[in-house]
Design a protein around this ligand. Structure first.
Ligand SMILES: Cc1ncc(COP(=O)(O)O)c(C=O)c1O
Length: 428
């Protein structure tokens, strides 16, 4: 695609790389599709529309060739073999297949015990890992939910202490989706391999942004998703190691036996082609993007913290994804803050449950108070984020926080030097 066509298509996505509001700073939630990805996908809707399962005519072969190429592109990004890539509908399904599939395939009751085996994960994983683990717990497996350090990092040491003779699988995310902290993945993988325990990592926020080598990093199962890396929604992949050890999984979906029986169902050819192209682009551009985004994020954090007191960046100061920051602002009310920064499309530290706004369980695990969690913003930058957008966001955030604090009697007391934690609030 020539540069002008790319620029035109990007401009059509009005909020990408421009100052048209709201400006998009929620790339950890999803990313716009790269025009080069769209271009690669288009022929597979109308021209190369065959079913890759049709083994006896050209339409099927052409579609299969598209899928094969995508499998190579995904495998290349991960340092894997093509046969180790299973296409799924995204990371949620990949996580479910890895966790439930491994647990039921390898279940082992300890001598004299009644359990079906043991799993290790962490309390700040995405729900797409936590909920499959909780379901397994209900079905008779033991699960250890590790608590990360106050910096949000899960260490190999904490995993080591949780391992048991009947541990089947350890599932620890590579980088956290709310705070961007990076766990000790290669070390945890090495530990699991020493003990003959399977190691799964939810790499949804990492793969395609930062380097992966499943051999070097000692990974047996890895989940990734296209829509976090400028590919389409509803498609992803699970890497399943085939050698040393050969990992087997119980399928979640039975049927036509596609994907070597791991995942039946006609393949989402267009989506898979898009995922493949997104991986190819990511492999070529991730270093450059990461360097640029780290500079922009630093500008954002410094812009805010140099002009506002009583704000904190959550998570480890340096072991963090380069494009993501999660900042809590003291003495402002959360909903008011979100309303006041409507021109910036970002996430808050509140999660909507059916009835109410709950403080984020990730921030709570880091001992961030409920009030501070509610008044937190997750800002995540992307490939087309600009310095102009960052400066705009800093202006809006600083302005909003200052304005909200003008209305806060607590902030006045804090400025007068009163230690609010020691104040005894009367019940009048
Ligand atoms: C860490 C993590 N895991 C899993 C998911 C779910 O991915 P998908 O939308 O592909 O199902 C997400 C997406 O928000 C995520 O951030």
């Amino acid at each position: 695609m020539d540069q002008s066509a790319e620029a035109r298509i990007l401009k059509e996505a009005r909020h990408v790389g421009t100052l048209i509001t709201p400006i998009y700073m929620d790339h950890a939630a999803t990313t716009p599709c790269d025009p080069r990805v769209v271009e690669a996908m288009l022929p597979f809707f109308t021209k190369t529309f065959g079913n890759p399962g049709s083994r006896n005519h050209q339409f099927g072969w052409d579609a299969e060739a598209g899928v094969d190429r995508a499998r190579e592109q995904v495998a290349a990004l991960l340092g894997a073999d093509e046969k180790e890539i299973i296409f799924t509908s995204g990371s949620t399904e990949a996580n479910n297949l890895a966790i439930k599939g491994a647990a039921t395939m390898y279940e082992k009751a300890p001598a004299g015990g009644t359990g079906r085996g043991h799993m290790v994960t962490c309390i700040i994983e995405h729900k797409a890992v936590l909920d499959p683990c909780k379901r397994l717990q209900k079905e008779g497996f033991d699960v250890t939910f590790l608590v990360p350090g106050k910096d949000g990092v899960v260490t190999a040491d904490s995993v080591r202490q949780a391992l048991r003779p009947d541990t089947i699988l350890v599932s620890i995310m590579w980088a956290n989706n709310e705070i961007g902290t990076i766990n000790e993945i290669p070390q945890i993988g090495a530990l699991c391999h020493e003990r003959n325990i399977l190691f799964h990592t939810d790499a949804t926020q990492w793969a395609g942004k930062m380097p992966v080598d499943v051999e070097r990093d000692n990974i047996d199962l890895l989940s990734m998703s296209a829509h976090k890396i400028y590919g389409p929604k509803g498609v992803g992949a699970l890497y399943v190691r085939r050698r040393r050890p050969r990992v087997r999984l119980t399928a979640l979906v039975d049927g036509g036996g596609q994907e070597r029986g791991f995942r039946s169902g006609t393949l989402n050819v267009t989506g898979i082609v898009g995922l493949g192209k997104a991986c190819e682009i990511a492999a070529a551009e991730m270093d450059r993007d990461a360097t640029r985004l780290l500079a922009l994020r630093t500008r954002l954090e410094q812009g805010v913290s140099s002009r506002l007191d009583s704000c904190q960046v959550n998570g480890h100061p340096t072991r963090r994804l380069p494009h993501l920051t999660n900042i809590s602002f003291g003495f402002v009310e959360g909903e008011g803050l979100m309303m006041a920064v409507k021109e910036i499309a970002c996430s808050s530290g509140s999660a909507c449950t059916s009835a109410s706004l709950e403080p984020s369980y990730v921030l709570k695990a880091l001992d961030v108070s409920d009030e501070l969690a509610h008044s937190s913003l997750r800002l995540s930058l992307g490939k087309w984020s600009t310095q102009e957008q960052v400066d705009f966001a800093v202006e809006r955030i600083v302005g909003a926080v200052k304005k909200l604090r003008e209305m806060s009697p607590l902030y006045d007391m804090h400025k007068e030097g009163i230690d609010l934690s020691k104040v005894e609030w009367g019940n009048h």
